[in-house]
Design a binder for this molecule. Structure first.
Ligand SMILES: [Zn+2]
Length: 449
């Protein structure tokens, strides 16, 4: 079922390598859509072996034969995290237990974990998908990669590990934790690439400094980060502190793990591996499709998964899709980085807004500190939103004109990022309330009415 293995890499006559790992990444769109359609029918058939889907498909009156075009995916039912929980532990398994090659689990931060299973072929596919984004981000067979992701039920460690081996590079399976040791490994084994969560990359950079190791003196050149959402600002910080080029990748265990999408060297969004997944972007309330470039909830359907095929999984992750061609030559749709979860969504004057979009706008304007509070009122018929934001001490001079200019820039940046005009109030540093852990970003007074 998988199209990719190391033997499928194309080399041109001059011996120069292609920019992609697998030719499937640059397939003509029409050919890709034909392949997706054929594989979607296969997924519906495979999913029919799962009692949950058998029942759902029967209720919807849909069989594989009804899937005549890719638009027919909208006839298929959605799958939610709750559905998967109800199938705990292995209710979604579509192959015999004896054919399962590995199990992983999603982090159960808000309840019991969900287990996922892979066939031997699923594992081959997964390694190929990770190899693709690693290769797109500079990894070559002669390199060494430091994996500081957790190994275990979490899909990060093992997923990346086999992707690195698929490329033919050397792996240092350092795993997460003992940050001082991570710094020593970087110094003594001199890997070219670091793989971990973005927040852990910042910790490693900090400990390097404490240990007297200048990250810029290391051989480290590339970093592949995923497993949690991160901001553009964080990317700049990681790149500056470690002296590397940082690449974003995305995945979730319910779909396969890391490798669902990953960035190329253009850094214009993550290429979704569309020969293995269909991605949709929908309005989380109406479930209607959202136009290109606008934010909505991502929904994924697996196209080749044998052990646990998943139909229209609602990720609750908010991002936008981009179908215009990428300069790298890959033909696949790209997703912008995840800006939030559906649980965080605010509707202001009918527009979907995420606090992280406001945060991103604030960080783009010099003089604003990353501490803010969005307050929403509805004094009359219309919503009114105010953003209180702390400004850096040097800005709070008594020059009123500077403050007015800063306020204008912030208001414009917020409107450009969210599509909503919000009033900005500047506050001196340390005047907005801090709470331990997650700080409060939103006060919605409309709910109090
Ligand atoms: Zn690209």
């Amino acid at each position: 079922m998988s199209t990719g293995s190391s033997s499928s890499v194309d080399w041109n006559c001059s011996g120069q390598e292609q920019d992609w790992w697998d030719p499937a990444e640059a397939m003509p769109r029409a050919e890709l859509r034909r392949l997706q359609l054929e594989r979607l029918r296969g997924t519906v058939e495979q999913a029919s072996k799962v009692p949950f889907y058998r029942e759902q498909l029967r209720t919807a009156g849909v069989t594989a034969d009804h899937i005549q075009s890719l638009d027919d995916i909208r006839r298929l039912p959605f799958t939610t995290k709750d559905d998967l929980r109800k199938g705990y532990p292995l209710g979604f398994l579509a192959i015999p237990r004896s054919e399962v090659a590995r199990y992983h689990g999603s982090s159960g931060t808000t309840g019991q974990p969900t287990f996922v299973a892979y066939s031997r072929e699923d594992l081959n596919t997964w390694a190929n998908l990770c190899a693709r984004f690693l290769y797109a981000g500079g990894l070559r067979p002669e390199h060494t990669v430091h994996v500081a992701f957790g190994y275990g039920l979490f899909t990060g460690g093992f997923g990346l590990h086999y992707g690195i081996e698929e490329v033919g590079a050397a792996v240092i399976p350092a795993a997460a934790g003992n940050t001082r040791r991570q710094a020593l490994i970087l110094r003594d084994l001199q890997p070219e690439t670091l793989v971990c969560t973005p927040s852990y990359a910042l910790s490693i950079a900090e400990v390097c400094q404490e240990e007297g190791i200048d990250p810029h003196s290391l051989r480290l050149r590339y970093g592949h980060f995923g497993g949690e959402p991160w901001t553009v600002n964080m990317r700049h910080q990681i790149e500056a502190n470690l002296g590397i080029e940082a690449f974003n990748n995305y995945g979730l265990s319910e779909i396969i793990g890391p490798g669902v999408s990953g960035e190329c060297s253009e850094h214009e969004g993550m290429h979704v591996q569309e020969d293995h997944f269909i991605v949709e972007c929908v309005d989380p309330d109406t479930l209607e499709p959202i136009e290109d470039g606008s934010y909505g909830e991502l929904v994924f359907t697996t196209l080749t998964k044998e052990a646990m095929p998943i139909i229209r999984y609602r990720t609750r992750d908010i991002a936008a899709l981009e179908t215009c061609p990428c300069a790298c030559g890959r033909t696949t749709v790209r997703m912008h980085r995840v800006v939030g979860r559906t649980d965080d969504m605010l509707i202001i004057r009918g527009v979907n807004v995420y606090p992280s979009q406001v945060e991103e706008a604030l960080l783009r304007v010099e003089g604003a500190a990353p501490h803010y509070l969005i307050e929403i009122h509805r004094p009359g018929a219309l919503d009114e939103a105010t953003v209180k934001v702390e400004v850096l001490p040097q800005v709070f001079s008594d020059r009123m004109r500077d403050l007015q200019a800063l306020r204008d820039s912030l208001e414009m940046a917020i409107e450009a990022n969210t599509g909503v005009r919000m009033r900005v109030e500047l506050a001196p540093e340390h005047t907005l309330e801090r709470t331990a852990g997650k700080s409060q970003r939103v006060l919605d007074h409309r709910k109090l009415l």
